[in-house]
Each structure stands twice: as structure tokens, then as C-alpha cells.
Design a protein around this ligand. Sequence first.
Ligand SMILES: C[S@@+](CC[C@H](N)C(=O)[O-])C[C@H]1O[C@@H](n2cnc3c(N)ncnc32)[C@H](O)[C@@H]1O
Length: 498
Amino acid sequence: MQINTLYYGDCLTIMREKMEAGSVDLVYLDPPFNSKKDYNAIYKDETGRPLPNQVEAFTDTWELSNERLRTIRNMLVLLRECEVDEHDANFLASFISSLVNSQFDMAAYLAYMTERLLEIKRVMKDTATVYLHCDPTASHYLKIAMDVAFGKDNFLNEVIWHYKRWTATAKRFQRMHDCILWYSKTTTHKFTQPLQPYSDEKWIEDTVRGVVYGKLVRLKDSEGKYIKRKEQRGGVLMHDVWHDINFIAPTSRERLGYPTQKPVKLLERIISASSDPGDVVFDPFCGCATSIEAAEKLNRKWIGIDITIHAVRRVARLRLQDRLHLKEGEDYVIDGVPQNWEGAHHLWEQDPYQFQKWCVEQVEGFVNVKRTADEGIDGRIYFDMSGVNVLQSMALEVKGGENVGINAIRSLNSVLQFENIQMAGLIMLHDLGTRQTKNFRETMALAGDVEIDGKSYPKLQMLTVREILEGKRFDMPQPVGRTKSGYDSDLINHPISN
Ligand SMILES: C[S@@+](CC[C@H](N)C(=O)[O-])C[C@H]1O[C@@H](n2cnc3c(N)ncnc32)[C@H](O)[C@@H]1O
């Protein structure tokens, strides 16, 4: 297992395949409740404009797929394999099953999280603790899963992180806090007590207190004088409601354009309270690597995982390279992002959806989160056209299998009738033979060219993964979002505000 590694992939797979038991000192996780919503928000944030074909995807996240139902059915077996207390295992397995009929999204989510929490426990050292960052939408369900996975006696705190933010009027009190559930693996966990400032200096106590006849009193010496403290503490023992750490302001220098980004200060507090310099901090849902920045600053080692290639490749890299001045290959490694054809082929075999996402993002596109019946495309590359307010796009179709037939071009041609789709591109994992390439190119040429801002581009185009890896891209206007000139540097050079 490599330390200071950013993995691309599902944290469940990475933990199972790459991480040893008892190998990390501290875990912080900030999982999504509604991951597709997160992805959409990420995409939307990048272009600064809503992407039309993704709006619907907000609704369908925690569907009960066959895979999820299998996980729910196997839950009891899994809990037993992980040596969870038999009564607790029975309770959680039947609780999740009973949710299937009334709240299928919660059943799916809880099954998904439980699988990962059990694996997190396996990779923790006995002295390690885990902080699960969530909000009141699911914190009560997650606490049950945590109680079962870690044992209710190992519950340490529910930290309330209270923040201030802009809100809209609603027929309820404003929601202004997140919950952070903190559990240990055993009773020998690490903790360095942080202090917080006295709320009022006049309350600073300079006498020593003790319990006499069951009452807490100020102690006196043999002469009847109050016993004075030898040294003053720098504050009171920190409590479990944190209101001194702000949400990242829209203009803050810290903001990287990642919608669910948490403040580094929050992570610094967690890491300094529950690990020592040199320890390994693990974040299985690391997003734009906030925990990694905090770990680096506090001289900890780290492991981060994220399933969104964009998070791993761009935002995290920008943070590590440009803000922390770390060198990829020397100070840290990125694992799981295909670097060559064999890696891409392996990804296709492991997970066709991730492969499709990787291909689309390689060419600066945005993956299509939800397929609609009339638009079976895998993604789009967006671009601006003079005099038109709405983003225009090139539709993308990705083929990972062998023997792609000429029909692929016919179906690609048919998407050109949709609104705002000016061009369409085919991406293929496998190279075509010389005759087939000629045949494909000739068929594509029949679709003709499109003129955009005085330049003409072929309406239908194709690229192989090998060509993409060699740096070849579709012939089209500058894509919006990912590589628009200035975007990357904008991301890290926000004006300093705090
Ligand atoms: C709430 S965000 C984390 C934000 C992070 N704390 C930060 O400050 O940037 C959740 C992240 O989990 C990632 N994610 C979702 N499902 C995942 C999975 N199964 N394995 C790894 N990462 C996952 C998403 O891509 C997203 O970046």
C-alpha cells in the first residue's frame, strides 16, 4: 500500500483491493447523500451555466438497482463476516430490508454506506478513530449504521458544526449545521484535547475546584485560603458544538469551485485532535482534497479516494501541485487513472461506466448523467457560439467493445436533430482495421460540415482511445469549462478574502 496516494475509483473497491487491515490512524469521510446531484453540481459549477440534459438527474440517485438489492439481501452475511455482534447484525439487516418498501432511496443509501463503513473499520488501526460528516437528512440513519459497525460503546461525539450562510425564506427554522459522528475502533483511541477561548475573561477561574461531600467546591488550604492554580489554562476544554469555523465564502481564496468543499480549518481541527505527526490520514470520499491539504499542513501522511475523475485529476492536482507545491511522482502518486491503452482496457473490463466517464472527460466533455429515451448519448462537449446565449454542444458516444459496426455512425447521425447539438463524436476503445476506418470516415463525411463563427467543422467525427492518449482531440470550437483559457488558473488564483 502506498502512502500519499490519490486513488481514482469506488472507495469500496480500492479499500478491498489495495488497503491493508489496520493501516490508517484517522479516517474522515464526507460521503454524498445524493451523489449524482453532486456530480451535476460539479459540472454546473464548471461551466457556470446549467447543462440542459442533466437537470433531470437530480431525482434518480439512490435507485434500487439489482446490485443494490443483492447488497441488501446479503447484508446479514456481510455483517457476520465482519464479526459484528449477532443481535446488532440482525437488527441492521432487517431494518434496511424493512426500509425497502417505504423509503427505497434510504434503504439503498444505507446498504451502500454500511458496506463501506465495515471496510473502513477493517483498514483502521486499533488506536484510530473515524469522523463521518453528514447532515440531518441522513445522520439519524447513519448513526444506527455506525453504532452497529463500530459498536455503540465506541461512540465518542456528535459534533455539531454550526455555520452561517445565505439562506432563502422557508416555513421552518433555517438549517445551519452539519453533524459529524465520531467513533473509535477500540477504547485505546488517540485524542489531544483542544481548548477554546473563554467566553468571558471575567469567568477565568484562578482557584482549584474539587468534590467535597459530593459537591463541586473551591478548595481551601489549611489556613482557609483558596488554593490558586499554578498555571492558567489557555481556555476551556473544547465542546462538541463548533461555531467558530465558517463556511467557505464565495469569494474566498480557499474556494476551488468544488460545490461540497469543506473548510481546511475544520479538517485541521479534526486531524490535530485525533492524530500525531507522521500518522496516516485517510479520506475515502476526498472530493477536492481538503483533508489532504490539512494533513500536509500538519505533517501527516495521507490517502485519498474519489470516484469522480475530475476531482482526482484536476481539482485535487491543482490543490496539491499549485497550492501545496507537491510534485506528482515524488511527493505523491495518482493511482487508477488510465495512462495508457492497457489501463483504459482494464478500466473498461472493471467498470464500463467509469470507462465511459473517463473517455468523455479526456476530451473535455461532461458525462450524461441521465439518458433520456430520445437521446441515447454518453456525454457532451459544450462550447460557445457568437450571438447565441445557450451553450452549444457536440454529442459523444463511447464504444468499449470490439467490432463496432457502421450502425454506430447512423445512430450518431440521428442525434444531430436535437436542439443545441451541432456535432457528434464517436470514441472507440479498439482500433479499426484500415478498410473499416476508410468506410467509417466516408460514411461520416456524408453528414457534411457545420459552420461555427466563420470556421467549418465536420459534423460527425471519431477518435480512438489510442489517439486520445496521443493527445488528439475533436476538431471543434474551444470547449467550455475544463480547458477554457484561464479556467485552471482562475480556479487557484481567487482573490484573497480571508
Ligand atoms: C461531499 S463530497 C466530498 C467533499 C470533500 N470533503 C471536500 O472538501 O472537497 C463527496 C465526494 O465523494 C465522491 N464519491 C461518491 N461516491 C464515491 C465512492 N463510492 N467512492 C469514492 N468517492 C465517492 C464524490 O465524487 C464527491 O467528490
